[in-house]
Design a protein around this ligand. Structure first.
Ligand code: SAJ
Length: 422
């Protein structure tokens, strides 16, 4: 392989596993992160995130000397940028627009160590045109080097987009097994990126151009968002007309060409709830369905909170001596999806937080994947499922963790957003 040293910029949920996979193939990897704490933890052979099997791989890579973390970029033959691309509110409309400031900062930092022959890959999920921006930011910083937009396949530095597509919780397996879409700024860029990924990817590396690769990633997540919005919309319709949505979906899915996803408390995570906006912000008039799906999914937490308020009102009607202060609520699950520890962009977490702000009685939270509640939920109490089931008056099932699925729960005041205790 022509790449002796690889540098991964951003050691988060994607960057760290990717760095570890290259290192596990006995390639020297320099991981760069602005978070000093993450750098220190990784250099001890430990990890700062929860992802099955990753700890063992990182530990081996660090102790065998193939992976080291640092806060300052060092020369390498290939640079993979895996930093976040959050969104911010548009100054012109009520929509959201992508924030590329982390990518720009990453470009400025690696520009200082770039040399002829290097390959730069943008892995971060990005709006169409972002990889071309990477190329122009790098060329502004390094006027002594040539880039694909100026020199085509003769460029000193090759640039490609290769979006990550792994499912949190299954990252190690999916990094190796999934097909990769690689979009180079030239055919040469694509081929070099393909050579790099073949170091550990067993799936097919499919080559395309840079804009198609960018839009392919956004399309995958927008497609899932639209499908979940359909399920969430069905759950509202069913609730209104008294039909069990879970049974309905099970029955409809018996049709050979129907495959409806599952409703829930809303769509969370930093991908599916974010990426469709990258399409909407570029093509607002054309992406009506994609935008509506976003709005449907984003409105689900408010609907769930209204259900809790209704349950409290019914409970008080049944027990007129009780005040709202006497009524306790248990929230089962806080993460953005089952069997992970990630609370970021979690509708379940948002609902629990909102309840602590609105409700004067006790709020119990049951979340088997975390050890303590974050500061913003400090008025709630973290308890185990049995305690919550024993003590709370209103029960709110939010995340279908394996632990919860194996329990049998029958409660009068139960709002089950995942349909596992009904
Ligand atoms: N959800 C539902 N109903 C469902 C499935 C999911 O409400 O039937 C909710 C989940 O509870 C969660 C959200 O959707 O809140 C997103 O979860 P997810 O498991 O669908 O996806 P992510 O965000 O963990 O990962 C996605 C994946 N994309 C696709 O499946 C198309 C993953 O492959 C991507 O790599 C990842 O986004 C990413 O990084 O972009």
């Amino acid at each position: 392989m022509s790449f002796k040293t690889i540098s991964v910029i951003g050691l988060g949920y994607i960057g760290l596993p990717t760095a570890a996979m290259f290192a596990s193939r006995k390639i020297k990897v320099i991981g760069v992160d602005v978070n000093k704490n993450a750098v220190d933890i990784i250099n001890k052979g430990q990890i700062h995130i929860i992802e099955p099997e990753l700890d063992i791989i990182v530990h081996a890579a660090v102790t065998e000397g193939y992976l080291k973390a640092t806060s300052k970029p060092e020369p390498a033959d290939a640079f993979l940028i895996a930093v976040p691309t959050p969104f911010k509110s548009s100054e012109l409309t009520s929509d959201f627009v992508p924030d590329l400031s982390f990518i720009e900062a990453a470009c400025k930092s690696i520009a200082t160590v770039l040399k002829p022959g290097d390959l730069v890959i943008l892995e971060s999920t990005s709006p169409v045109g972002a990889t071309e921006k990477v190329a122009s930011w790098l060329s502004e910083e390094r006027t002594d080097l040539t880039f694909p937009q100026q020199a085509g396949h003769e460029a000193d530095v090759n640039i490609a987009h290769c979006p990550e597509r792994v499912l949190p919780g299954h990252v190690v397996r999916e990094l190796v097994a999934n097909d990769r879409v690689i979009g180079g700024m030239t055919a040469r860029c694509s081929e070099r990126a393909q050579e790099l990924y073949k170091a550990f990817v067993e799936g097919e590396c499919v080559l395309t151009n840079v804009r198609t690769a960018e839009l392919a990633k956004l399309t995958e997540n927008a497609s899932r968002d639209v499908s979940i919005a359909f399920a969430n919309e069905l759950s509202l319709i069913c609730d209104k007309i008294g039909v069990d949505v879970w049974e309905l979906i099970r029955l409809a899915n018996r049709h050979p060409r129907v495959n409806i996803l599952q409703p829930g408390p809303g769509v969370g995570g930093h991908c599916i709830a974010v990426d469709p906006w990258f399409i909407v912000s570029e093509s607002p008039r054309e992406s009506r369905l994609i935008k509506t799906a976003r709005l449907v999914n984003d409105s689900k937490p408010t609907w769930v909170i209204d259900k809790v308020k209704l349950a409290i009102a019914e409970l008080m009607q049944q027990y007129p001596s009780k005040t709202t202060r006497d009524i306790s609520i248990a929230c089962y699950g806080l993460t953005f999806k089952p069997d992970i520890d990630d609370l970021r962009e979690s509708p379940a977490f948002q609902i629990a937080k909102n309840l602590t702000e609105y409700h004067s009685g006790l709020i119990y939270c049951v979340e088997p994947n975390i050890k303590e509640l974050p500061e913003s939920l400090s008025t709630a109490e973290l308890v185990n499922a049995n305690t919550a089931l024993e003590r709370a008056d209103v029960h709110l099932m939010l995340v279908d963790h394996s632990e919860f699925k194996s329990m049998k729960v029958e409660k009068e005041f139960l709002i089950d957003t995942k349909g596992i205790w009904i």
